[in-house]
Design a protein around this ligand. Structure first.
Ligand code: IMP
Ligand code: MG
Length: 422
């Protein structure tokens, strides 16, 4: 399959989990390179539903190797729980999962600080998943983070953790929050460390050696382009590089080894958490929520919904270098009479063809819409391009063209076979 980076072209929850699962068939290794257990990838295999947070969805295919790369922040207790859950469902983990020894740890004070900072922000809150992701990456950048390699050395870990808890308890005290017990955190984390030890290795060397032997790698992006810490709607973003470049820094695979970048996008737009969403629309939100769709996999929050935003996806195509597109959730639009697609923004009497950098300007943007006739027929049974209604094909072609990448996949439902290769 060649080495492929898969990224979300919108605000996350584009249906990456399912597309990764489908593409994994042609890969040898699947790698997560950023984010943490703020992510939630939902995959259906027959009647069984799997929600993955840290473990790459490739784990659901026997014989595929999965890597949690150096760019990921790992909550070890959460990861042990996830591994246990998968084992109970009969998924083979040992020998298939490799975790980077230089991945940073998410600790309880990160989660606590995440919650405290959010409540202090009041109406300016980001709407984080409260998994401690921002504070963990903050510590990494401030060079006071702890890594898996530290966790696996008991004496070193004890000393570092003692110091970090002392400092963070002082901060928590200032917030009026309860201090953490070193003893409890230490015991929980050491126990999780022992459970994770068999999976922890130098994944940078392991991946590069696998490539030398001819292995094909699929890089599994988490979140989406507009949640990127550099390119997203800052400060309403997550704390990692969710765009294509993050796959290289987060894995130790050099850029010239990447052959293809695939962008996943919904046939409409959604976002969880706060921050601007120019095409947000109550009518389409009611429609999708009424169908039981668009509730967050990690937090259960109803997602905000809107029309397809081609300004955003065009911007995503530019910064990720998208070659191919996978459009998901087409069936969500099966009953809509007239579809709107945002082709430009207007704010303060000016037209924008790119996403403006300033979040205040973006919040002031109103969409300029093009309209498309709905197909008003179920698409969930289509398995080939020609089986889709003509108007659905026209819509898909139009949004791909406006985005500026090749339409490669259309998805019409959660099952593996509800996938159309164009
Ligand atoms: P954090 O990543 O928990 O710090 O949250 C920051 C922002 O990113 C919030 O708006 C979250 O809702 C959003 N976010 C984080 N992870 C995901 C994801 O996997 N899908 C969609 N949104 C996410
Ligand atoms: Mg998700």
């Amino acid at each position: 399959m060649a080495n492929t980076i898969l990224v979300g072209a919108q605000w996350g929850d584009e249906g990456k989990g399912k597309i990764i699962d489908v593409l994994t068939e042609r890969a040898d290794i699947v790698v997560r390179t950023q984010g943490g257990n703020n992510a939630g990838h939902t995959v259906f295999l027959g009647p069984q539903k799997y929600v993955l947070h840290l473990v790459p969805s490739g784990i659901l295919r026997p014989r595929k190797k999965c890597v949690i790369g150096n760019g990921v922040v790992v909550d070890p207790v959460g990861l042990v729980g996830e591994i246990e859950g998968l084992r109970k469902l009969g998924v083979q983990i040992q020998g298939n999962l490799f975790v980077s020894e230089t991945a940073h740890l998410v600790l309880p004070y990160h989660r606590e600080l995440d919650a405290q900072r959010e409540s202090l922000k009041g109406r300016q809150k980001i709407g984080t998943t409260k998994r401690g992701i921002g504070p963990a990456y903050g510590d990494k950048a401030a060079r006071v983070g702890l890594r898996l390699i530290d966790l696996l050395q008991p004496e070193r870990f004890e000393e570092l953790l003692r110091r970090r808890i002392r400092e963070n308890n002082a901060v928590l005290k200032a917030f009026g929050a309860k201090p953490l017990s070193f003893k409890k955190v230490h015991a929980d984390y050491r126990q999780a460390g022992d459970r994770l030890a068999p999976f922890v290795t130098n994944t940078v060397v392991w991946l590069n050696e696998a490539m030398r032997r001819g292995a094909d790698i699929l890089f599994e992006g988490a979140q989406g382009t507009f949640l990127d810490i550099d390119h997203g709607t800052y400060p309403f973003v997550t704390s990692s590089n969710t765009t294509a470049g993050g796959a290289c820094t987060g894995s130790g695979v050099p850029p010239h080894r990447i052959d293809r970048v695939v962008g996943v996008m919904k046939a409409y737009t959604t976002r969880v958490g706060e921050g601007p969403l120019p095409t947000e629309n109550a009518e389409i939100a009611d429609l999708l929520h009424g169908m039981g769709r668009e509730f967050g996999a990690t937090t259960g929050r109803p997602r905000r919904c809107g029309w397809f935003d081609a300004v955003a996806t065009r911007h995503a195509a530019m910064i990720n270098g998208l070659d191919d597109l996978a459009v998901t959730n087409l069936d969500g639009l099966d009953t809509v009479e007239t579809l709107k697609v945002c082709v430009a923004y207007r704010a303060h009497g000016k037209r924008y063809d790119h996403v403006p950098s300033d979040v205040e300007t973006l919040a002031a943007c109103t969409p300029v819409y093009a309209e498309f006739p709905g197909w008003r027929a179920p698409t969930t049974r289509a398995r080939r391009w020609k089986q889709l209604p003509v108007k659905a094909r026209q819509y898909l072609k139009a949004i791909a063209e406006l985005t500026g990448a090749r339409l490669a996949i259309a998805s019409v439902g959660p099952a593996r076979d509800q996938t159309i290769f164009v």
